[in-house]
Design a protein around this ligand. Structure first.
Ligand code: UD1
Ligand code: UDP
Length: 376
C-alpha cells in the first residue's frame, strides 16, 4: 500500500449521507486521508445539503451533478462521471453505501478499474428482484472486496451467494450511529409547534416506485392513508418522487392531513420520535423506528430488514390492511417480539468499520475478532 493512502466515499442519495457520516468521522479520528464524491443523484437542498449540515459531513471534493433520469440514463451518467473522477483522484479504496444507483455505478467503475472497494450495508436481501435496490445489492456485494454487514441475516445471504466469509464483517449499523449522535437534539415540540399539529399525530413517508409510480397504486395507497387520517392526524413529508402522483390521487392538505416538503434529518427524526405511529416504505425509517420504539407500518410485501420485525416495532402491511393495522398499533403501542434490539446497533458501527479499513490499508490481515468486529 502507498504512503498516506486515500479513501474515497461515493454518496448520491439521502440515505447514503446518513450511513456515511459515522464512517467518515471515525476514519478522520484515525487520521485516514479521505474525500467524498457526491454524484448529485439527489440534488434538492432538502434531499442533500441539509444532510451535510445536520450530520456534520465535510464538503465533497467533487459533485458530478448527475441528477435524475431513467435507470439506464442515470446509471450511464453515473458510470461516465465516476470513471473520470476516480481516475483523477486515484484512491486506494472506494467505500459505497446501501443500495442506490450511485452505489451500483461506483462498484462497477471500480471493479473495471481494478480499484478495491468496500460496501457498507452488505448482504441485505428482500428476495424481490422487482425492486431496483435488490439488483443493486446483489451486484454490489458480488464485486466488493470488504463487506460490512448490519445484521446477522446478511451473513447467511452472502455465504449462500458464495462470498468468502473472510471478506465479511458484522459491524452493526452506521445509520443507527447517526441516530444516536442526533438523539440529544431530537425534540418533537418545536417541530410540532412549527407545523401547527396536535401533540398526538402520525407520520408517513412513501416513495417506493411500486407505491407511487402508477396512478392505480397511488390511488390505493392514498385512500388507505386517508383512512388512517380519520383515526389520527397525519403529517406527510413528501419525497419528490411521489409528489405529483400522490397529489393527483388525493393526498392534499386537509383537516387531518398535512403534506409538507421533505424534512431535514434532525427535524424529521424529531417528528418521528414524538409520533404515535409511522407509516412508511423507506428502508432506513424501518430501522430508526425500531430504535426509537415507535410503531411502524411498512407498506410493502417484503423487507430486506426483517430484523426490524423480529427485534423491532415494524410490521408489513398491504394498503388494504393499513387502516385496521393502524388502529391496532395505535391502541397496542410498540412491542418488539424478541424483547431485544438488533445486536451491535449500539452507536459504534462507524468506529468498527474504520478499524477494519485502517488495518486493511496497512495490509494487516488481523482477524475480525482482533479488530473488535465479528465475521461469520
Ligand atoms: C433513490 C433510490 C432508492 C432510495 C431513495 C432514497 C435508486 C434506484 N433508488 O430513489 O433506493 O430509497 O433514493 O430517497 O437509486 N427528485 C427530485 N429531487 C431530488 C432527487 C430526486 O425532484 O433531489 C425526483 C426526480 O423527479 C426523480 C425522482 O425524484 O426523477 C426519483 O429520483 P431517483 O434518484 O431516480 O430515485 P429515488 O426515487 O429518489
Ligand atoms: N429522512 C429525512 N427526512 C424526510 C424523510 C426521511 O431526513 O423527510 C431520513 C430518514 O430519517 C432516514 C433517511 O432519510 O435517515 C432515509 O431515506 P429514504 O427513506 O429516502 O431512503 P431509504 O432508506 O428508503 O433508502
Amino acid at each position: 500500500m502507498r504512503e498516506n493512502p486515500l479513501v474515497l466515499h461515493v454518496l448520491g442519495a439521502r440515505p447514503n449521507f446518513v450511513k456515511a457520516a459515522p464512517v467518515v468521522r471515525a476514519l478522520g479520528e484515525l487520521g485516514v486521508r479521505q474525500g467524498i464524491i457526491h454524484t448529485g443523484q439527489h440534488y434538492d437542498a432538502l434531499m442533500s445539503d441539509v444532510f451535510f449540515a445536520d450530520l456534520g459531513l465535510p464538503e465533497p471534493v467533487a459533485n458530478l451533478g448527475v441528477g435524475s433520469g431513467s435507470h439506464a440514463k442515470q446509471t450511464a451518467a453515473l458510470l461516465v462521471g465516476l470513471e473520470e473522477v476516480v481516475l483523477e483522484h486515484d484512491p486506494d479504496l472506494v467505500v459505497v453505501y446501501g443500495d442506490v444507483n450511485s452505489t451500483l455505478a461506483a462498484i462497477l467503475v471500480c471493479a473495471k478499474l481494478g480499484i478495491p472497494t468496500a460496501h457498507v450495508e452488505a448482504g441485505l436481501r428482500s428476495f424481490d428482484r422487482g425492486m431496483p435496490e435488490e439488483v443493486n445489492r446483489i451486484v454490489t456485494d458480488s464485486l466488493s472486496d470488504l463487506l460490512f454487514a448490519t445484521s446477522p441475516d446478511a451473513l447467511s445471504h452472502l455465504a449462500a451467494e458464495g462470498v468468502p466469509a473472510g471478506k465479511v464483517h458484522l459491524v452493526g449499523n452506521p445509520m443507527i450511529d447517526s441516530l444516536f449522535s442526533a438523539l440529544p437534539a431530537l425534540d418533537p415540540a418545536p417541530v410540532v409547534a412549527r407545523l401547527d399539529i396536535p401533540a398526538r399525530y402520525a407520520v408517513a413517508t412513501l416513495h417506493r416506485p411500486a407505491n407511487v409510480d402508477t396512478p392505480e397504486a397511488a390511488k390505493e395507497l392514498v385512500s388507505a392513508v386517508l383512512d388512517v387520517a380519520r383515526q389520527i392526524p397525519i403529517v406527510v413529508p413528501i419525497h419528490p418522487r411521489g409528489r405529483t402522483r400522490l397529489a393527483e390521487a388525493g393526498l392534499v392538505d386537509g383537516p387531518s392531513v398535512k403534506v409538507i416538503e421533505p424534512l431535514g434529518y434532525v427535524d424529521f427524526l424529531s417528528l418521528v420520535r414524538g409520533a404515535a405511529l409511522v407509516v412508511t416504505d423507506s428502508g432506513g425509517v424501518q430501522e430508526e423506528t425500531t430504535m426509537l420504539g415507535v410503531p411502524c407500518l411498512t407498506v410493502r410485501p417484503n423487507t430486506e430488514r426483517p430484523i426490524t420485525i423480529t427485534h423491532g416495532t415494524n410490521r408489513l402491511v398491504t394498503p388494504a390492511l393499513l387502516p385496521a393495522a393502524a388502529g391496532k398499533a395505535l391502541s397496542d403501542g410498540a412491542a418488539t417480539p424478541s424483547g431485544e434490539l438488533p445486536p451491535l446497533w449500539d452507536g459504534a458501527a462507524g468506529p468498527r468499520i474504520a478499524r477494519v479499513i485502517s488495518a486493511w490499508l496497512k495490509g494487516d490481515n488481523l482477524s475480525p475478532a482482533a479488530q473488535g468486529v465479528r465475521s461469520e
